[in-house]
Structures are given as C-alpha cells and as structure tokens.
Design a protein around this ligand. Structure first.
Ligand code: ADP
Length: 497
C-alpha cells in the first residue's frame, strides 16, 4: 500500500483494518417524516402560490429521487414579501419591547429542539449530509442560535456600551446549501432579536428545512410578515438584494455571487454583510498531538464532504512529520464510511448536487495535471446519486489551482513548511481569510501564529468548533461583517456615537 504514495518514508507497515470497521446498516427511520409534495411561498404569514405558477424540483442528492416541488418566486413575489416585512416592521416588530420579542424567539428555539429529529432527517434527505452531522451539529447549533439571541433581545441597551441603537428595518437574507437550517438560524435569530423583520431566500437545492422553519414561525404565532420565506434560484436572490425596500442584505455563499451583490447594493443606503469562500490552512507542527490532529483534519474536511466554507482544505505540515501525518491520515481514511447519509454510521455523505460534483472533478483533474500526487480513499461509491471519495494530494505547489481555489468537496491539498514563519507565509498566501487551525503542543506558538494569521476564526488544537457567542466571519475575499456574539448584533443595528 505504501507504494501508492511518495514520501511515505516510515518503516512501519500500513495498518490493515480488514473487517474491523464493517458495520451493519443502521438507517434512521423516515416513516414518521412527511414531506409535502408541493411547497408554496411564506409571505405575510400565509402560504401563497407564486405569481408565475412555476415550481422547481428539489431532489435527494444521494438517490436523485424527487422529494418535492417548490415555488419559484419572481420579482413580484419578492416585492410582496418585502412589503409584508415592512408592514410587520412598522406595525408590530419595531414597536414591541425586547422582552416580548424574546418570548417569540424562545418559542422558535424550543420548537426546533422539539422537532429536531424531523428537521435533521429532512436536512439529510435534501442536502446529502450524514445524519450524524445534521443531528449532532446542525440542529443543536440552530436551536442554540435562537436561544442565544432570544437572550439578547431585552438586553440590547447593554450590548453597545450605553450607546443608543435602533433596528435597521427589513433584512433580505440569502443563504447557501451547505448548512441550510443553521445558516437560516444564523441570519434570522439576530435579525429578529434586534427588532428587524426578515425575507429569507434559501438555496434552490436545499429549501425544505427553511420552509419547515417557516412552519415553526407560523406555529409560534409571530405577527404575520415578521419572517417571510421566498424560494427560488439566483434570480430570486438577485431580486431580493436589489429591492429598494430592503434595508439590510446578508449573504452567505460564493465569492462570485458576493461580488455581484456588492455591486447591486453599491450607492444605496443598504447595510451589507458577506460571508464568502475560504481556503483555510490547517497547520500541523512536529510537536503536535498527531493522532488528535488527524481527527481534526478528517473532521475539518471529510465529515461534511468538504461542504464548509471554513473547511481545512489546505494542510500545512512541518516537513519532519510529513510522512508520518500522511501515513496516519491515509490509514484513518481507510476507515471512513461513505454511503447512505441517513445511516447513523455514515461518515461521508453525498455531494450536494451534480453541478457541485462536476466542479470538484474539474479541480481534481487540474491537480493531477499540475503534477500533484493523488490519493483517494478506497470506498465503493453508490451507483445512484452524487459521490466523491475522500481525497488528498501531496506534493502540491502553492501556485496550483487546488492550493488556491475553493474546491468545496472532500479534497485536501497537503503542503509542507520548515519554520513557523514559512507556515505563516504560506497560510496567508491566499485571497481568502475565513478560518485556520493550528496544532502544536506549545501554547505560545499557537498564540504567536493566531495573532499573525489573516483569518477571522483560528482554532487551536481543534477544528470546526462553533458557538453562538463566538463571532464568525472573514478577512479579504472571504467577506466582511461578523455573525454570532455581541459583534454579530452590529450587523442588524444602527448604533449611535
Ligand atoms: P454556492 O457556490 O455555494 O452554491 P452561490 O453563491 O451560488 O453558492 O449561492 C448561494 C445563494 O445565493 C443561493 O441561495 C443562490 O440561489 C443565491 N444566488 C445565486 N446567484 C445570485 C445572485 N446573482 N444574486 C443573489 N443571490 C444569488
């Protein structure tokens, strides 16, 4: 096996795990989950057909089966939603005391907890991520974001050091497909807590949990129009970002679309926050707890199909431990279980869409053309659906596309360094700056690096840890503005001097 990779060096033989990692199937039951065959728009507290009467299909990326059809909102629908949000802002939400807003937001948080199982299953069916991830990461964090922000709603006078503040008005929020419900929670919870009303546009490949969130909003009896959900593709998002009645645009997605949105709001009074792409460096020093680091590397890129903007997609390894890390990583990858995302033992789920899979394949081919050495985990890929085996490249040049461009798939590029200065230079040598990870036994080294890394979030001896009280956001082309924490409230308020 070791012959498959150059620079494995180590005399130790590769481990053969044989059948030790074979598990009996353990699929999550889905018979209690009913997905309605058709979904309308949630506007002004009511479910409405789109003006165009057009619907698009949302499919399961692991089976390619149609799950439901979803309304396609055009400019007129977006206009209705923005107007409904404006009325709700003027009549109810901006006038309501914070402690009353908090009660509604707490209700949403509790309902998410109560319906967590159903929401996790639908998230996994619509998006392809393993149920382990949606159940243990997405859902608890989505509820936590509503709880956290409900707590702020009546304490905002203390959030800005005594300065006067006011809400912005109507927030247009456009979110991607990698964490559909969690991104909705990140955006809706702080907006509501600060007294804004919302028009939310989920991604076209994963609209279902945002629509279930709208049901929760309805059941929580929020005043009509405080939260509106308009489904559709890029044109719907563009209509929302460009609508003159929107006071604030919040976007998470690709850097290309982020730039378009920035152009669309330029010269207007709209406040804008953008959370865009990333090409995070996960930096492993020779003195790091290597086995722990391997878990962090695997969790940082493979457990979510690399579908995370903060994925640790560049691994920078100190040269003296390169061969050891590569061997251990390869051994660990041999144990990853890829397949049915609804199976509770699955580690690696489906790629979100055919288009995404095509992008991953293109970049992997570019990596091979550039002369990097490829290793893909030996897992059988299901016949139906969109799949890509966990992969890494060694011998990657900094100039290679796989070291520079966001792949958004389970593909890791491994580079080496000799000194902390070189690690820093390589880590910062990117147009992005969303996140980074540092693995070392020396706390002082971690702090030295963290202060100099141009990344919004830096993890030390861990990776992909999130908390609603901790602000998240980027440097450079990864965007601006922070979500979460006290800093995240600034994105939804106008604060006086
Ligand atoms: P990704 O590359 O991660 O799929 P995108 O940036 O394409 O992300 O999509 C993120 C969100 O932005 C989705 O909800 C998508 O429908 C929306 N979107 C796509 N194009 C535009 C646009 N021109 N204006 C506004 N929103 C858009």
């Amino acid at each position: 096996m070791s012959a498959e990779i150059t620079k494995t060096g180590e005399a130790l033989p590769a481990l053969d795990f044989g059948h030790a990692w074979e598990y009996a199937p353990s699929p999550e039951a889905t018979d209690h989950v009913r997905i309605a065959p058709r979904h309308e728009l949630f506007v002004g507290g009511a479910w409405r057909q789109p003006h165009s009467s057009r619907y698009f299909d949302t499919i399961s990326p692991s089976t390619e089966q149609k799950l439901a059809e979803v309304a396609e909102a055009d400019e007129r629908d977006v206009d209705d939603a923005v107007q409904a949000a404006r009325r709700a802002y003027d009549r109810y939400w901006s006038r309501m005391p914070g402690r009353e807003r908090a009660k509604f937001i707490f209700r949403i948080a509790r309902a998410i907890q109560e319906k967590a199982r159903e929401l996790a299953i639908v998230e996994t069916m619509d998006g392809g991520k393993p149920i382990k991830e949606s159940r243990d990461v997405d859902l608890p964090l989505a509820a936590a974001h509503f709880f956290y922000h409900a707590g702020w709603a009546d304490k905002l006078d203390y959030a800005f050091q005594g300065r006067a503040w006011r809400p912005l008005g109507v927030a247009g929020q456009i979110i991607p497909w990698n964490f559909p419900l969690l991104m909705a929670a990140w955006k809706v919870a702080p907006a509501l807590a600060c007294g804004n009303t919302v028009v939310l546009k989920p991604a076209e490949t994963t609209p279902l949990t945002a629509l279930l969130l709208a049901r929760i909003v309805e059941e929580a009896e929020l005043p009509p129009g405080v939260v509106n959900v308009v489904t559709g593709a890029g044109a719907t998002g563009a209509a929302l970002a460009a609508h003159p009645g929107v006071d604030k645009v919040a976007f998470t997605g690709s850097t290309d679309v982020g730039k378009k949105i920035q152009r669309a709001v330029a010269g207007t009074k709209k406040k804008l926050t953008l959370e865009l792409g990333g090409k995070a460096a996960n930096i492993v020093f020779a003195d790091a707890p290597i086995d722990q680091a391997i878990e962090g590397i695997v969790g940082g890129i493979y457990f979510n199909q690399g579908h995370v903007c903060c994925a640790g997609s560049r691994l920078l390894v100190e040269e003296s431990v390169h061969d050891l890390v590569v061997r251990k990583l390869r051994d660990r990858m041999a144990t990853l279980r890829l397949g049915d995302p609804l199976d509770k033992n699955t580690d690696v789920g489906a790629i979100n869409s055919g288009a995404q899979l095509a992008r991953i394949r293109e970049l992997v081919a570019a990596g091979e053309e550039d002369g990097a050495e490829r290793y893909s985990a030996p897992c059988a890929l299901p016949g139906k659906g969109f799949w890509f085996a966990p992969t890494f490249f060694t011998g990657v040049a900094q100039s290679s596309r796989i070291a520079r461009e966001e792949i958004f798939g389970p593909v890791l590029s491994i580079l080496t360094f000799r000194t902390p200065e070189e690690a820093l230079e390589k880590a910062n040598n990117t147009m992005y700056g969303l996140s980074a990870g540092i693995w070392s036994d020396k706390g002082a080294k971690i702090f030295w690096m963290a202060q100099r890394l141009k990344a919004g979030v830096v993890w030390g001896n861990t990776y992909n840890k999130f908390d609603p009280s901790s602000p998240f956001g980027g440097y450079k082309e990864s965007g601006f503005g922070r979500e979460g924490g006290r800093q995240g409230l600034l994105a939804y308020t106008e604060v006086g001097q």
